[in-house]
Design a protein around this ligand. Structure first.
Ligand code: NAP
Length: 257
């Protein structure tokens, strides 16, 4: 099975750290040119200190790869369009979009504020809409594209204290299925990955009690690593997955069966 991405251009949102960074490094190792998008990076690459995105770019370049950073917020369509323009101006095509950027504002439903509810929807749901919309016509014109969407095991089975997050993560599954149908004839595949509990910044400060509860839920008796998600995305973005579209791949140690 070939997992070669030479000549391919990929945008990975929220890839200054965590799952996105893991995937950006994996794709770059396999030959792809990577746009490392992460909130907070300086859009034009200037500034006194390196942003998280710029550090990942440096790491890719040091290993012999090609990469640029971008600081767009996925919630802002004009910034997203600018990111896509930056990519097209640099490399002239976009083969892979990974919608990965995310945040958490967990609270039980009676306590969650309207603001926190909307913010989570904005980043996960509208962020995925904005980025996908911005590459849509480009991929159609190329007659080639791989759009990857990051859901969550919470989006598949629900989770206490996460109405906002679950609404977003089940919403992106719905969109994945629609887009797979709308884009199938253009040789564009759209698939989602639903990670379980993965060791990243997002999960590092959870209370011990919550961690214990989560541990008990994982049949394979370990939390996932960013590499586990990168492996799933690598397969789904490859030619080997050309007959798979609209799928949701659970990468969660057996939590969702
Ligand atoms: P992470 O380490 O916190 O990484 C998320 C990244 O997204 C951060 O680098 C963050 O940048 C960036 N980001 C946030 N808002 C953004 C915006 N508006 N525009 C652009 N970038 C933005 O989290 P992670 O665990 O790797 O999560 C990655 C994805 O996997 C998320 O969609 C998450 O919901 C999903 N997921 C994670 C788990 C898990 O257990 N970790 C499980 C299921 C699903 P800043 O740091 O600069 O804010």
């Amino acid at each position: 099975m070939s997992l070669d991405f030479n000549g391919k251009v990929a945008i990975v949102t929220g890839s200054g750290g965590g799952i996105g960074k893991g995937y950006a490094l994996e794709l770059a190792k396999r030959g792809a040119k990577i746009v490392v998008n992460d909130l907070g990076g300086s859009v034009d690459g200037t500034g006194g200190s390196l942003s998280a995105a710029e550090k990942v770019v440096e790491e890719i370049k040091a290993a012999g790869g090609e990469s640029i950073s971008n600081g767009a917020s996925v919630t802002d369509m004009s910034q997203v369009e600018e990111m896509v323009k930056q990519t097209m101006d640099t490399w002239g095509r976009i083969d892979i979009l990974v919608n990965n950027a995310g945040i958490l504002r967990d609270k039980s439903f009676s306590k969650v504020t309207d603001e926190d509810f909307r913010l989570v929807l904005e980043v996960h749901l509208m962020g995925t809409v904005n980025c996908t919309k911005a590459v849509w016509d480009i991929m159609k014109e190329q007659s080639y594209g791989r759009i990857l969407v990051t859901s969550s095991s919470s989006g598949v089975y629900g989770n206490f204290g996460q109405t906002n997050y679950v609404a977003s993560k089940s919403g992106v599954i719905g969109m994945t299925k629609v887009w797979a149908r709308e884009l199938g004839k253009y040789n564009i595949r759209v698939n989602a990955v639903a990670p379980g509990f993965i060791e990243t910044d997002m999960t590092k400060n959870l209370p011990e009690k919550v961690v214990q509860l989560m541990n008990d839920k994982v049949p394979l008796r370990r939390w996932g690593k960013t590499k586990d998600i990168a492996n799933a995305y690598t397969f789904l973005a490859s030619e080997n997955a050309s007959y798979i579209s609209g799928a949701v791949l659970n990468v969660d140690g057996g939590v969702v069966v």
